[in-house]
Design a protein around this ligand. Structure first.
Ligand SMILES: N[C@@H](CCC[C@H](N)C(=O)O)C(=O)O
Length: 276
């Protein structure tokens, strides 16, 4: 049996198992990711953040010495981006002495991002470009459906406004029409306007299920609400079941600020690869 050090962290209760692979010695298989994220038989998390030098990552053609956030969903799939994850990743780098200074560069599958540590355990990340499209997709759950806006935050999102959020039953996966719309799957945000500049959101994440927060989802939700209402204010507060984050929108780009904490460190016994 092999063992590997891990840390556990979360951002507004979107939680991650962090694997430090600075020497490219341990790249978890999809089975191992599912084990690490298993809340009963493993550590438990919505995803895994693998910490590796960008130079070891295929297709990365930037600075090889930057830390790369290799993000995996709890079902073992790879995603382009994770907004809560990247804040937790920045916090981890600083606590481990792997990065310092006011702005921390982090390489992701959505390019090079920059994180800034704020007071009270908050981290702000420049998230890059956000686009909103109205393409006739409808998203449904529990026998009802609503028109969706498709939002690209580096990863794909569909945002709907279903009315009262507490009534939604997200134990089963929402569906969309046409069913060819999102060939690589999609994260689905259910949003309601609380007051100008403030929205509430629930999310069903691709590769995970309902989570208590999704950082890229909050950016998508704010951008979709700004588009729908025509409200061009830059600052949006987004309330999710796991807390509150702040999104800033300007010139087709976004930043995301919110809490990011490391809550545990330990060593995990990995299942034998041959037997897994
Ligand atoms: N929780 C994340 C998003 C993680 C990836 C997502 N499930 C996907 O498959 O695109 C966030 O905080 O953004």
């Amino acid at each position: 049996m092999r063992s590997w050090p891990f840390a556990k962290g979360h951002g507004t209760h979107n939680d991650f198992v962090i694997i430090n692979d600075r020497h490219q010695m341990y790249d978890p298989t999809p089975d191992e990711v599912r084990f690490l994220c298993d809340r009963r038989a493993g550590i438990g998390g919505d995803g895994v953040l693998r910490v590796v030098r960008a130079g070891y990552v295929e297709d990365w053609d930037g600075d090889p010495d930057v830390w790369f956030m290799d993000y995996r969903n709890a079902d073992g799939s790879v995603a382009e981006m994770c907004g809560n994850g990247v804040r937790v990743f920045a916090r981890y780098l600083v606590e481990e002495g792997l990065a310092m200074g006011e702005r921390i560069p982090i390489a992701t599958r959505n390019g090079l991002l920059s994180a800034e540590l704020l007071p009270n355990q908050w981290v702000r990340v420049e998230m890059g470009a956000v686009t909103v499209a109205e393409d006739g997709v409808r998203v449904g759950v529990g026998g009802q459906d609503w028109p969706a806006l498709t939002v690209d935050v580096g990863n794909p999102h569909a945002v709907v406004e279903p009315g009262e959020l507490s009534r939604l039953d997200l134990r089963t996966a929402p569906a969309w029409q046409p069913d060819t719309a999102y060939p690589h799957g999609v994260n689905i945000e259910f949003v309601s306007l609380v007051e100008p500049g403030r929205i509430a959101m629930r999310v069903f994440e691709r590769g995970v299920g309902e989570t208590r927060s999704c950082g890229t989802g909050t950016v998508a939700a704010a951008a979709a609400t700004a588009y729908r209402t025509g409200d061009e204010r830059p600052r949006w507060r987004v309330d999710v079941p796991g807390g509150t984050v702040e999104v800033e929108l300007a010139d087709g780009r976004a930043s995301l600020a919110g809490p990011a904490e490391i809550v545990a460190r330990g060593e995990v016994q990995l299942p034998d690869r041959a037997a897994a």
